[in-house]
Structures are given as structure tokens and as C-alpha cells.
Design a protein around this ligand. Structure first.
Ligand code: ADP
Length: 190
């Protein structure tokens, strides 16, 4: 099963991706998690990445595109994948669409997590008490949300037009179990 998730920070796509990954035994490819893992290496590259991420800005496409391409071609993804946090801008989405076509990878479902700004801001601030992420401060959350709505959300509209009935919009303000239930129901018909 091959899935792509869209949705603003705090919309709960990471939570649902983990649940789906476990249940369907496919990897959860979160570009945020992959990059945060790279921060643990104490080298110059990690320092550069850390500055970009703490400011809520996007890591250059020239870094993230090959990381995603390598993952998608690895054995880990033989039975599918859940892409979370990618693509995030037009260049990444052009790269991904071209890559999927070239490698005959058919997407089964794209899920768009719809949630309003007030809900997601509240959730991220709650999460920040537990997770201690450098980008979960009020100012940086604003930058991340602005970026999502200006750069990423228009891509979701483009994917909706392209993938038609394989594009599923979920009300992400609902409870975790209800979202999970709605997604599972939709996947039965994917
Ligand atoms: P969120 O969506 O909650 O902001 P993520 O964990 O998906 O959090 O991403 C955290 C940060 O990692 C982003 O703000 C950005 O700096 C970097 N990042 C993640 N995915 C990408 C991507 N596809 N392109 C560029 N940068 C990315």
C-alpha cells in the first residue's frame, strides 16, 4: 500500500501514519523524523540542518529529494510506504510525480488532513511540553504554518485534481480514534 499524507503541522498526520504503518507493516517515511535523526550526528552538516529546522524553514530540495528517492527505492519499501511531510513545495512535488511515474509506483491513496489554525496551534503547544522540539515555539510555529498554507496546501489542490477519487479529505479536528476509523473505512475501498 502506497500512501501520501498532506496536512498542516499539528494536524495529526504523524500519529495516524504510525498507526497505519504498524497495522499494515509498511514503513512510515516522515521527512521530519529522517532529518531530526540526521541532527544527532555532530558534524557541520547537522549544524546547518539544525539552524534551518529551528527557524521553521524548509531544508533545500537538493538535500531532501535524493533522501526520499533513496528510501523509496530501498527494500524497506517493497510492500509500500506512507509518505509524511513530503512533498512540501512545487519543486518537490514535480520531482516526486516524475519519480513515481519513472519507477511505475502507483499511489493507492492520498489523505489530506484538514484542520483549522487555532486547533493545530493548540495541539503543537501541548505537544511541545512533552517533546522538546526546537521548532515548537510560538514564532516558529507561525512560520511553519504560513509556509504550509502558502507553499504546501496549493499542492494538495493540485494532487486532488490529478488523483481524483484517490484523494481523500479527512476532518482532522476529530478524535484520533474517529480519524483512524474513517481512514480504515476509506482504505477498504482504495
Ligand atoms: P511539521 O510538519 O510538524 O512542521 P515535520 O516533522 O514534518 O514537522 O518537519 C519539521 C521540519 O523538518 C520542517 O519545518 C523543515 O525544516 C524540515 N522538513 C521536513 N520535511 C521537509 C521537506 N519535505 N522539505 C524540506 N524541509 C523539510
Amino acid at each position: 500500500m502506497k500512501l501520501i499524507l498532506f496536512g498542516p503541522p499539528g494536524s495529526g498526520k504523524g500519529t495516524q501514519a504510525s498507526l497505519l504503518a504498524k497495522k499494515n507493516k509498511i514503513p512510515h517515511l516522515s521527512t521530519g523524523d529522517i532529518l531530526r535523526f540526521k541532527l544527532k550526528q555532530d558534524d557541520n552538516f547537522a549544524k546547518e540542518l539544525s539552524q534551518i529546522i529551528s527557524g521553521g524553514n524548509l531544508v533545500p530540495d537538493s538535500i531532501i529529494n535524493p533522501i526520499v528517492a533513496d528510501k523509496l527505492l530501498s527494500d524497506e519499501c517493497n510492500n509500500g510506504f506512507i509518505l509524511d511531510g513530503y512533498p512540501r513545495n512545487k519543486y518537490q512535488s514535480d520531482f516526486l510525480i516524475n519519480f513515481l511515474e519513472k519507477n511505475n509506483l502507483d499511489i493507492d491513496l492520498i489523505i489530506d488532513f484538514l484542520a483549522d489554525t487555532t486547533t493545530v496551534k493548540k495541539r503543537i503547544l501541548e505537544r511541545s511540553k512533552i517533546e522538546n522540539r526546537s521548532d515548537d515555539t510560538v514564532d516558529v510555529i507561525k512560520t511553519r504554518l504560513d509556509k504550509y498554507f502558502s507553499e504546501t496546501q496549493p499542492l494538495a489542490a493540485m494532487f486532488k485534481a490529478k488523483f481524483k477519487d484517490k484523494f481523500f479529505e479527512i476532518n482532522a479536528s476529530q478524535e484520533i480514534t474517529k480519524i483512524q476509523y474513517d481512514i480504515e473505512n476509506r482504505l477498504k475501498n482504495a
